[in-house]
Structures are given as C-alpha cells and as structure tokens.
Ligand binder design. Structure first.
Ligand SMILES: NC(=O)c1ccc[n+]([C@@H]2O[C@H](COP(=O)([O-])OP(=O)(O)OC[C@H]3O[C@@H](n4cnc5c(N)ncnc54)[C@H](O)[C@@H]3O)[C@@H](O)[C@H]2O)c1
Ligand SMILES: [Zn+2]
Length: 361
C-alpha cells in the first residue's frame, strides 16, 4: 500500500494505492467519521464490486446503500444527479454522510458533483476503478456533468476526503480502457519526471500485463505528479495547463472520430506524437526525444499514426479549443525529457507540418 498526500491546506486528503480494499476502506470511513454512505456505481461496476464494498462498509457499522447509474458518458447529466439526490434523501443522508463513487471517471465526476451540491456539500470518497480515473479524473477536484451537448459544462471544484485505489479492479477492465489510462501515465513521465519516463520505458510490458508492483508505482507516481501540479494551481488558471500535452490535437481527433472511433487515451497518444513534432519544429526538443515518445507509446500498444483527417478539419477544431485565443494557438509542449512549457504562439503552418509528420509515424 502506498499513500500520497495531496497538499491543499484545509482541503488536503490522502490517495491510497494498493491491492484490495479491505482494511483501508474501513479505516478511512472511521477517520472521516461518516454516519451513512451512498455508494454510486454504474451498471458494470455495481454487479462486479458493489456488494463487496457495501459489505465492507457495513462491517464498520455504517449503513450503506448501493445505487447503480447507467454505464457510459450518456448518464453524465443532471437527471442522473437528481436521481442521486432522491436516493440520498430517501436514505436520510445528512452533512455527516458520504457519497462514494465506485467506478470510472463518469461515475466519479457525477457523484462528486452530487456530493458537492447535496446539502451544500457532504463528504466524498473516490474509489476509482478505471486506470484513467485512478491516475487522472479522481485527482484534482474537478466534478461535473454534461449539459446541452457540451462536455463538463456544469460543475464544481470539490476535493474528496479520500481516494482509495485498488489495482485489482483493473483485471476486469477491457484492455482498450487500460491502455486509455496508460496514455495519461506516459504523459506524466514526458512532462514532469525523466526518471519516471525511464521507469516506464523499462517496465511498460509489466504494466500492460497488470503486474501489481509496477502498477502501484506507476499509478502512485502519476497521482503525485498530478497532485503537485494541481496544488500549485487548484482552480486551473495557469501551470495546470501543462497537463494538456497531447490534448489539443487529441481532442480534435476524438471529435472527428465521432467521440467513439478512438478512446480518449488513443486520441491523446496520437496527439502527443503530433505535438512532440511541434516541439521539435520549434527547436524545443531534439529528434531523439520525439522518437522516445513515439516508441514508448507504440510499445504500450497505443496508436501513434495520425489517421486521414485533413489538416484543415483538425486545425479548425483546435481553434475551438479553450486554450486557443484568436489566431494564436496555445500548446502545452515538452521542452526536454520530463519538462514542459506553455507555448503561446504556434503558427498554423507549423501545426500543419507537424500533422503531416504524424501521418508518417
Ligand atoms: N474530473 C476530471 O479531472 C476528469 C479528468 C479526465 C477525465 N474526466 C472524465 O472522465 C470520464 C471518462 O472516464 P473513464 O474513461 O473512466 O470512463 P467511464 O467511467 O465511462 O468508464 C469506462 C467504462 O469502463 C467500465 N468500467 C469501469 N470500471 C470497470 C472495471 N473495473 N471493470 C470493468 N468495467 C469497468 C465503465 O462501466 C464504462 O463502461 C469522462 O466523462 C471525462 O470527462 C474527468
Ligand atoms: Zn486526458
């Protein structure tokens, strides 16, 4: 078991990473001092893990109700949140009670939003069960739902009281979803920590094979990198933007794939290759780092070649990206192994050449 402290003053909390949930879940419920719990799972994680978690919490003499929301992004809306408020009221949850998210990023985001608004905020515990949720969405305190066709357009900043990660849950996760989270892990090595990048290069096969020791280290380091960046910029107004490496091109690929052809991590993997080319063309990095990035992603089993979307359609979508102002393109780019910067004035011609290069990857 590894524990990482997220340092946010009064809102500080621990992230526990290990195999199994048994002891740690009971001791965290006691430490946080909750009287009742609403466990929110989805229709995949509920049948797999709901009963186990409910029984564990009940063994600490805490009444716990389990509800399952439909699996998938389609359920990340205000109607689902309203259902959670109704279940919480029915079960008599008050400000000493906890909402517990047991699932991926969708479950975590909508349960966190419900927890932050029910009775103006109740206790919140994250039990993320996808690799993406374990290394990304459960850390940083962003909650939210989709509204009027826009992703995450309604939400809050709300820190959990505890994050409890059981790497055993990844054994039931479809491999494509595992790889989607792995793209974010590789991103952390590239932007923030060369020794972690080297660890990933040496251990990528063990991680893909879900070796617990390698996973606990990779998830722990990823959480501490994200936590460190977030603690410098809790409200996402500056340095936190380096976390967007690979995402400006990645979001455009996701959109052109109709939000279904590529997982988020697959799109970000290709996006990192394309954006590393931008860094190369700007003289921020040399070709050996661009090659290292592409090779590691490829060895992980992630796609690295840009599909046949036109440069025009990709650039048009990037213009709508929230990081772009006017005709200047803002990118989070590597500037050396384990180092990143925000580059505020990338010309469209450079982007086009970088995209052409990524089609040859
Ligand atoms: N809050 C943040 O900072 C933040 C950051 C990144 C992403 N997100 C959000 O996260 C969401 C994506 O998260 P995700 O990729 O985890 O998607 P998800 O929650 O939809 O989970 C993916 C699929 O895996 C299933 N699943 C989950 N755990 C499982 C397990 N252990 N075994 C078998 N199946 C399992 C789910 O039911 C679902 O079908 C998006 O809505 C995105 O906006 C939020
Ligand atoms: Zn991402």
């Amino acid at each position: 078991m590894q524990t990482i402290a997220v340092d946010l003053g009064l809102s500080s909390y621990p992230i526990h990473i290990g195999t199994g949930w048994d002891g740690i879940l009971i001791s965290e419920c006691a430490r946080i001092n909750i009287n009742k719990a609403l466990i929110v799972a989805d229709t995949n994680t509920g049948p797999l893990y709901g009963r186990m978690v409910q029984d564990l919490i009940a063994s600490g003499d805490i009444a716990a109700r389990l509800v399952s929301v439909p699996a998938g992004e389609g359920a990340k809306n205000l109607d689902t949140v309203a259902g959670l408020y109704a279940a919480a009221l029915e079960s008599g949850l008050d400000r000493e009670s906890a909402f517990i998210a047991l699932g991926g990023g969708v479950t975590g985001d909508l349960t966190g939003f419900a927890a932050s608004t029910y009775m103006r905020g109740v206790k919140f515990i994250q039990m993320p069960t996808t690799l993406l949720a374990q290394v990304d969405s459960s850390v940083g305190g962003k909650t939210g739902v989709d509204f009027a066709g826009m992703k995450n357009i309604v939400g809050t900043f709300y820190q959990p009281a505890s994050v409890i990660i059981n790497t055993d849950t990844l054994k039931t996760l479809p491999e494509r979803q595992v790889l989607s989270g792995l793209a974010e892990i590789i991103k952390y090595g590239i932007i923030a920590d060369e020794s972690f990048l080297k660890f990933l290069e040496a251990n990528i096969n063990s991680i893909v094979a879900l070796d617990s020791q390698a996973l606990v280290h990779a998830i722990g380091r990823s959480c501490s990198i994200k936590a460190e960046i977030v603690s410098k910029d809790e409200r996402d107004q500056g340095i936190r933007a380096v976390l967007n490496f690979g995402h400006t091109v990645g979001h455009a690929i996701e959109a052109l794939g109709g939000m279904s052809a590529y997982t988020h991590g697959e799109a970000v993997a290709i996006g990192m290759v394309a954006e590393a080319n931008i860094a190369l063309l700007l003289g921020l990095i040399d070709s050996s780092l661009a090659d290292r990035i592409r090779d590691l992603l490829r060895r992980a089993g992630l796609p690295v070649r840009l599909p046949d979307f036109s440069n025009e359609s990709l650039v048009r979508l990037m213009q709508h990206d929230k990081k772009t102002t006017g005709s200047r393109f803002v990118f989070a780019l590597p500037k050396g192994p384990g180092q990143a910067c925000i580059y505020k004035d990338v010309k469209p011609e450079i982007i086009s050449v970088a995209l052409d290069m990524a089609r040859q990857a």
